[in-house]
Design a protein around this ligand. Structure first.
Ligand SMILES: NC(=O)c1ccc[n+]([C@@H]2O[C@H](COP(=O)([O-])OP(=O)(O)OC[C@H]3O[C@@H](n4cnc5c(N)ncnc54)[C@H](O)[C@@H]3O)[C@@H](O)[C@H]2O)c1
Length: 285
């Protein structure tokens, strides 16, 4: 089995590449940048170039599409760049897969479709569930929502099975990373600093595990799944966080007081996803 991973030179895609290689899968990384690792062949390509994408995916059985700009935008110029890069990359990868006869794509959508940033936007209810509908608030989130739409339409056109992983903020169990677990204690004295994504996160190794499960899931359609750790990255309970952050009642239905604001029960039920890692394995309280 040959799997093309796009964005395998980056954080989440790199974790997926490592995991697939450890499972003995034949992997090709397609990315603008050379990877820090040399564990699989790399094709240097810009996913905005359809011809290059079509050539790169030839011969693959499945695609794990993780290339993209992961930074949400806070002004119109950044928004335009984000929308173009992330939406057109998805279109080109999905379209090339259709032409190459590839029938399975797992790709990185985002929790941001639910209403990130939550600074001026009160969630309708929590935890966020896939059945809730979406309220994207910026170009990054609109591009993920648009890509979910593209996947749904391309499924109808070409019968490709798409699994969009609505990833929470991806964290890494290492010190020298801008999204390191070791930054978490700095949020505890200022809970509002993480209000923007409702205090949720996911471990990069669990992203890789979810991707593997999704690649192997027998799901016919274009589905989306929340992928997050079980808990929040805060020590205080959700009720107190909500009161502090919104000052008005938000309907809540948590399985336990520090449960993630992203509900993962759909991924548990249909993919067999069970997050294995969390900040408390790494950070001493
Ligand atoms: N990091 C997060 O917290 C987070 C959360 C939700 C969703 N996501 C999504 O997950 C995916 C991966 O995010 P990440 O954090 O690993 O980002 P990253 O920046 O670490 O890696 C992304 C990789 O994609 C490549 N890339 C970007 N645009 C490209 C293009 N046009 N052609 C070829 N390669 C291109 C980059 O070179 C980079 O290596 C993105 O789609 C992102 O939107 C990330």
């Amino acid at each position: 089995m040959k799997i093309c991973v796009t964005g395998g030179s980056g954080g989440a895609g790199g974790a997926v590449v490592e995991d697939l290689i450890a499972r003995g899968v034949d992997v090709i990384n397609i990315d603008l940048r050379k990877p820090g690792h040399g564990i699989c062949p790399h094709i240097e390509a810009d996913l905005l170039d359809y011809g290059a994408v079509r050539q790169a995916v030839e011969g693959a059985d499945m695609i794990a599409h993780f290339a993209g700009n992961p930074q949400p935008d806070f002004n119109f110029a950044d928004g335009a760049e984000r929308f173009e890069n992330n939406t057109l990359s998805c279109f080109n990868v999905f379209n090339a897969a259709a032409d190459a006869g590839i029938k399975k794509i797992v790709w990185a959508s985002s929790e941001t479709v639910y209403g990130f940033p939550f600074e001026n936007n009160v969630p309708l209810s929590v935890p966020c569930r896939e059945s809730d509908g979406i309220r994207p608030q910026n170009a990054y989130a609109i591009s993920k929502a648009a890509s979910e739409f593209i996947a749904a339409e391309m499924h109808k056109l070409y019968g490709i099975s798409f699994i969009g992983l609505r990833l929470s903020n991806v964290l890494y169990p290492v010190r020298d990373h801008h999204a390191s677990y070791f930054l978490i204690p700095s949020y505890w004295n200022d809970p509002l600093s993480r209000k923007f994504n409702l205090w949720s996160y996911v471990d990069c190794r669990d992203v890789a595990k979810a991707t593997w499960l999704a690649l192997n899931a027998e799901i016919d359609g274009a589905e989306v799944f929340n992928i997050a750790a079980r808990d929040t990255l805060m020590r205080i309970e959700n009720e107190a966080l909500l009161e502090m952050a919104f000052g008005e009642p938000v309907p809540q239905d948590f399985a336990f007081p520090r449960a993630s604001f992203l509900d993962i029960s759909k991924a548990e039920r249909l993919l067999g996803f069970a997050p294995e890692h969390g900040w408390s394995d790494v950070i001493e309280v």
